[in-house]
Write a protein that binds this ligand. Structure first.
Ligand SMILES: Cc1cc2nc3c(=O)[nH]c(=O)nc-3n(C[C@H](O)[C@H](O)[C@H](O)COP(=O)(O)OP(=O)(O)OC[C@H]3O[C@@H](n4cnc5c(N)ncnc54)[C@H](O)[C@@H]3O)c2cc1C
Ligand code: FES
Length: 292
């Protein structure tokens, strides 16, 4: 059965109602929508395809950052690139917009690898927040740590973490407050020399921490990453060098987002040789070794 058919019962089309639209520096926004069907099936790594405005012909794909099945809402973090998301940022509380979702194969954490390392860069941060919340709520004793990097100001006010993490370079204490409140350690990397942040690439920060682990601790590690392609490449290289498994979420230009148009295909290595896979429904999450 093709993926588009197997998704028939789990991708919903519904009118999302804007509950909240919060603006952050550098044209970043957090949007919360009442969309109970999407919220009921959303998983970390899945995304929704949103109509930004009736005047914008194509939908735009955005990763789901948080979802509450009980309260029926989903939340997104986005940065305006062009016309579509600019229109989306103009939607106000009470407005409705058509959305399809949740779409795509989510991250799947392996219970034999309790030490989950989450790496998010820029607008790749949202699925990492979702995965962190999922790990927190799951009954398995996961031990997540989250590294986030951004070249522009973070869409939250960072603060010194209350959670000590051995192996982190001195002075790197800035965290995402929400994760700290959940009891999940996080550390930030920023190219703009923000206080408390690692001055460099988020993957180098993750590398410094992983290098401090002994063989037993390293054997427990699995990496999950979402962000710009150069960051994902560096993450895949890090995972290969440290010999740990790694799942990455890819971004591709999308038209239908339900597997029908082949507009989003990428070449993937499979045991039977190279194959073309659709990022929308076969991904967006792939094993890093198959795509890099
Ligand atoms: C699975 C997935 C999840 C994503 N999650 C997020 C997220 O959580 N937050 C966020 O800010 N952005 C995310 N993006 C990227 C986001 O979809 C694009 O930045 C957005 O579509 C650009 O639209 P625009 O109207 O601002 O720009 P325009 O330049 O007007 O867009 C023109 C066209 O290009 C496409 N496009 C442009 N850039 C991208 C891109 N990087 N990836 C895919 N299509 C693109 C648009 O969909 C549209 O069809 C995600 C992309 C994918 C594929
Ligand atoms: S966007 Fe149409 S198949 Fe993926």
């Amino acid at each position: 059965m093709s993926s588009s058919l197997s998704h028939r019962d789990t991708i919903f089309v519904e009118d999302g109602v804007v509950l909240e639209q919060r603006a952050y520096p550098s044209n970043q926004f957090v949007l919360r929508l009442h969309a109970p069907k999407c919220a009921s099936k959303a998983e970390p790594g899945s995304f929704a395809h949103l109509t930004c405005d009736p005047a914008v012909p194509m939908r735009r794909p955005l990763s789901i950052m948080r979802a509450s099945a009980e309260e029926g809402w989903v939340e997104f973090l986005y940065k305006i690139v062009g016309d579509g998301l600019r229109h989306l940022s103009e939607r106000r509380e009470g407005d409705t917009l058509s959305m399809m979702g949740p779409i795509g194969q989510p991250f799947r954490a392996n219970k034999h690898k309790r030490s989950t390392v989450l790496i998010g860069g820029g607008v790749g941060i949202p699925p990492m927040v979702f995965l962190a919340e999922w790990l927190k709520n799951d009954s398995h004793p996961w031990q997540p740590i989250v590294f986030m990097g951004s070249e522009i100001p973070f869409p939250f006010r960072s603060r010194p973490s209350t959670i000590m993490v051995p192996g982190i370079p001195d002075g790197v204490i800035g965290c995402m407050p929400l994760l700290d409140e959940w009891g999940i350690p996080s550390r930030l990397a920023s190219g703009s020399g923000d206080p408390g942040c690692y001055d460099g690439f988020v993957t180098d920060l993750a590398h410094e921490w992983m290098r401090s682990l002994d063989d037993k601790a390293l054997a427990e590690v699995e990496i999950f990453a979402c962000g710009p392609t150069p960051m994902l490449r560096a993450t895949a290289r890090l995972a290969r060098d440290m010999d740990v498994p790694c799942q990455v979420s890819l971004e591709e230009f999308m038209a239908c987002a339900v597997g029908g148009c082949a507009g989003c295909v990428v070449e993937v290595r499979t045991p039977d040789g190279p194959a073309m896979k659709r990022v929308c429904v076969d991904g967006p999450v792939f094993d890093a070794t198959t795509v890099f």
